[in-house]
Design a protein around this ligand. Structure first.
Ligand code: SF4
Length: 328
């Protein structure tokens, strides 16, 4: 069986907050953005990562490519442990791991011409001559569907969709293997979203890319993903093939998320049990004990308040973290 391109085990990221400034005299706390997460992504696969705002999706994406240092746990890339690597040792891996951000305008230096923006990673990483750099940048412009006259222009001269194409070109210029798409289409109009999603799929096929596709729009995730992981308050609560997640979700939180997706046609509606949940996601500063979903779960049982359910395989390729799976 093929090895995962990237995998994580017991991964955690806790941020220190409070205890100073206007909180002077207050006690510092830990914000548990990601807690004890395990996942793996196979070469050429797209893993969708969904959950409400603030559930830790973006933090997890940044941890995997070591833009953030984990508090605990392990990350393996192409079979190598990269968790403890320093800046110099990470340099070679950085070529292979890139990120596409939500806000293409904020991610692009407004004072740099498009050619320099896209070529900058080549300059940072390499030995390429200016002639080679221009050749690679123009090839990448072609791939992302931008005209060559874009080379000398500046980010403010482009639409949102075109700016995201520039961001994608910059992310892919080093020919990475793994790309985190962090809400990469969320800020775009619906029609432009479809164009960018199709572009990402074409690029994946042509360049052999592997994606972690982070989004809160489950319709977009359904379109692009092979498998989907559902995250709640810093933990993965369900992982399965897309078809299973959308048609037969098992975790009460997943069921609620899927039930909230408007179905364009009755035949596309989920056949799984539907759930409704109330209230907002609790603070990651003080997450609920036991199952973190127990304050909102319509099926909460006494055990749920004390014991965190482990992510357990219920059938091949389907993992769920819920006591209902073992109490049935
Ligand atoms: Fe609900 Fe309990 Fe399952 Fe958590 S473990 S999702 S509270 S039934």
């Amino acid at each position: 069986m093929t090895e995962p391109l990237i995998s994580a085990a017991n991964l955690a990221k806790h941020f220190d907050v409070g205890g100073g400034g206007i909180f002077r005299g207050g006690r510092p706390s830990k914000l548990r953005a990601v807690d004890d997460v395990a996942l793996s992504i196979m070469p050429g696969e797209t893993l969708g990562l969904v959950g409400e705002s603030g559930c830790g999706k973006s933090t997890l994406g940044r941890l995997l490519i070591r833009l953030l240092d984990p508090t605990a746990g392990s990350i393996r890339f192409q079979g190598q442990e990269i968790t403890g690597l320093g800046r110099a040792a990470m340099r070679e891996f950085r070529r292979s791991m890139q990120i596409i951000f939500q806000d293409p305008y904020g991610a692009l230096n407004p004072r740099m011409a498009v050619e320099d923006i896209i070529a900058e990673p080549l300059v940072i990483h390499g030995t390429k001559s200016s002639v080679e750099r221009r050749q690679q940048v123009t090839e990448m412009l072609d791939r992302v569907g931008l005209p060559r006259r874009a080379l000398d222009r500046f980010p403010h001269e482009f639409s949102g969709g075109q700016r995201q194409r520039i961001g994608i070109a910059r992310a892919l210029i080093l020919r990475p293997r793994f790309v985190v798409c962090d809400e990469a289409v969320s800020a775009l109009d619906v029609s432009v979203q479809a164009q960018i999603v199709n572009l990402l799929q074409d690029l994946q096929r042509d360049m052999g890319l592997t994606y972690l596709f982070i989004a809160h729009d489950l319709s977009v995730v359904r379109h692009i993903s092979d498998r989907v992981a559902v995250m709640y308050l810093g933990k993965i609560v369900e992982v399965a093939e897309k078809r299973v997640i959308y048609n037969d979700p098992q975790h009460p939180y997943t069921r609620a998320l899927i039930a909230a997706v408007p179905a364009p046609h009755p035949s596309r509606r989920s056949r799984g049990k539907r759930e409704n949940i109330a209230g907002d996601i609790p603070s990651a500063l003080n997450p609920p004990s036991g199952c973190r979903f127990h304050t909102r779960c319509p099926h909460v049982m006494p055990i749920c308040k004390d014991v965190a359910p482990p992510l357990t395989q219920t059938q091949a390729g389907h993992q769920v973290a819920c006591h209902l799976m073992t109490q049935a």
